[in-house]
Design a protein around this ligand. Structure first.
Ligand code: PAF
Length: 289
């Protein structure tokens, strides 16, 4: 497929809104022998997403970015309604990162009347996020499986910022023999360590000044665990630091095995994962040990 067919004037990636048009586009790429990488997003794109797109372009000939704010991964009391949406802004940003196509399904397409299937993940999905957002991974796995079936990518790129989500998706792909490779990408951060997130837009100036403490505290916990301190003690010290900085509450700080998310043993690759509330905004982060 000639590169020009994937672009609209101004070099923005071509928006695709129907399954028929998507399948036609994918068939065109395939008939030209092209490989495809998918970057699933919920929009409100930032430099972290653009880094995923650039990584996608190193893996495959074509990068498809999906933008869909998935209602099934939000509980009724969560921020689905106010989640930032900016299709025009997102498409302009994607032009700078080299995305070829933007897949923009709507809810009638994703969850038509009588839709009644849900993928339930256990294993890596148990604990951590699930203790606080029990609906979350069922919503994520279901929408991601749909996106995989729609786009049929060779690769899908996910940020390590949502480390448990990445583990759950790897597990789903392995367990269900899905024919693609999952690629994890390092977290993009502000200069002060704060992980980029669409939800950072919710932070007031005062909260923004406090926010990097989350990353600092878990880096300290990682150093403590690496030097042999008991994981529980290192995690508790990090939670205390986060609370003292002005976070309203800490959902968890946990030190886990990086591969299984089970208990951490000194000397093995580990991960410190945390989620905490800063005012009304829930931030998550993780670092390696
Ligand atoms: O990480 C996200 O933005 C979402 O959970 C995902 C993977 C796009 C599914 O809606």
């Amino acid at each position: 497929m000639a590169a020009s067919l994937s672009r609209t004037p101004g070099n923005a990636p071509k928006p695709i809104r129907t399954l028929k048009a998507l399948r036609q586009t994918i068939r065109g790429c395939r008939s030209d022998g092209e490989t495809i990488a998918l970057v699933p997003t919920m929009g409100a794109l930032h430099d972290g997403h653009l880094a995923l797109v650039r990584l996608a372009k190193t893996k495959a000939d074509r990068a498809v970015v999906s933008i869909y704010v998935n209602p099934k991964q939000f509980a009724p009391h969560e921020d689905f309604g106010r989640y930032p949406r900016d299709e025009a802004g997102d498409r302009a940003k994607l032009a700078t990162a080299g995305a070829d196509f933007v897949w923009l399904p709507d809810t009638a397409l994703m969850y038509p009347d009588a839709f009644a299937t849900r993928i339930v993940a256990e294993g890596a999905a148990l604990g951590l996020e699930t203790d606080f957002r029990p609906h979350f991974f069922g919503g994520v796995t279901t929408v991601v499986a749909k996106l995989f079936n729609q786009v049929t990518p060779d690769f899908a790129i996910f940020g390590e910022k949502d480390f448990q989500q990445l583990a759950v998706i790897r597990q789903m792909v392995r367990d269900l023999d899905m024919p693609l490779s999952i690629v994890g990408a390092p977290t993009t951060r502000e200069r002060d360590g704060l992980a980029l997130s669409s939800r950072n837009a919710y932070l007031s100036a005062a909260e923004r000044a406090i926010a990097p403490t989350l990353n600092r505290a878990i880096r300290e916990a990682a150093a403590r665990a690496k030097s042999g301190q008991r994981p529980d003690g290192a995690a508790a010290a990090a939670a205390a630091t986060i609370g003292a900085a002005g976070f309203a509450s800490v959902d968890y700080v946990a030190i886990r095995d990086a591969a299984t998310l089970g208990p951490y043993a000194t000397g093995r690759p580990g991960r410190v994962l945390a989620a905490a509330w800063l005012g009304k905004t829930r931030l998550i982060d993780n670092v390696k040990i």
